[in-house]
Design a binder for this molecule. Structure first.
Ligand code: 9WO
Length: 253
């Protein structure tokens, strides 16, 4: 997977390329990251990349010319890469988008600063504008890092266990993950659910599926609309709905 990243502050992103899952992927040459610096595409002595907003108001806007030249420069090596702008105004990022981008093999990420970028860059040079959540950061770098991390762990060979990328939250079924436990068996007066110690692999799989469904139903019911559900999954969800209608205390479900 080849990434191009446009940023005024690549120093924010660089450390992640040396550590953890992403660091290993870089060292194994399964991913690469090429940076483009907008200041390198200015002509004035001050290397100006921002300017005052037309119409007035506070803050500064990133000038279009250096950004468009950064995109063109990265496209020399990544001609087929979609160009993604990270912003709170973007469409919510989902695991399905991450999978699609990974499948494409290359991606250009534009991390903005200040109050944003000139809208005409978005109109004609950005393929997708995406948000990683409904909050405002001081720049797009942390959002770009989230995208690089999420894609990298899907690249073949990057994770040790080939199934571990598929089996977690959103992996194949589009549900939240079930709870996890490790030793000790008793901690803070709380025991590990007995089924997990039973050695009955089928009972464990059923228990995990139910807890994934219950959590998703409780915390993120919006995800159920697009989840892959079997008939017994649907039956269990109807059970949860019925119990709620009967006003059963949540702890009894
Ligand atoms: C700054 C600002 C200051 C005063 C009034 C309104 C304001 N809006 C912004 C703003 O949105 N700045 C952005 C900073 C411009 C684009 C890059 N920045 C950014 C990206 N902040 N947060 C993101 C982001 C990206 C993806 N998902 C969530 C947040």
């Amino acid at each position: 997977m080849q990434f191009g990243v446009i940023s005024l502050l690549p120093e924010i992103i660089e450390p992640m390329l040396n550590v953890g899952v992403v660091g290993r992927a870089v060292k194994q040459q399964r991913i690469s990251v090429e940076f483009a610096q907008p200041r390198d595409f200015t002509n004035d002595a001050h290397r100006t990349v921002d300017d005052r907003p037309f119409g007035g108001g506070p803050g500064m806007v990133m000038k279009p010319e250096p950004l468009v030249q950064c995109i063109a420069s990265l496209k020399k090596n990544l001609p087929a890469a979609p160009v993604v702008y990270l912003s709170p105004q973007g469409k919510p990022l989902r695991q399905s988008t991450i999978r699609r981008w990974q499948g494409g093999g290359s991606l250009i990420l534009l991390a903005g600063r200040y109050e944003g970028i000139d809208e005409r860059v978005i109109d004609t040079h950005i393929d997708e504008e995406v948000s990683i959540g409904d909050y405002v950061l001081s720049g797009g770098e942390i959002a770009a890092m989230a995208v690089i991390d999420a894609i990298s762990r899907l690249v073949p060979g990057v994770l040790g266990h080939p199934d571990s990328a598929l089996e977690d939250s959103f992996g194949d079924h589009g549900l939240l993950d079930c709870p996890h436990y490790t030793r000790p068996e008793k901690f803070d007066e709380k025991s590990v659910p007995a089924v997990l110690l039973s050695g009955d692999h089928q009972a464990i799989a059923i228990w995990r599926r139910k807890l994934a469904l219950k959590r998703t139903w409780e915390r993120r019911p919006d995800l159920l609309a697009n989840a892959t559900l079997s008939d017994s999954d649907k039956q269990y969800l109807q059970q949860l709905e019925a119990a709620q209608q009967d006003n059963e205390p949540a702890g009894d479900r």
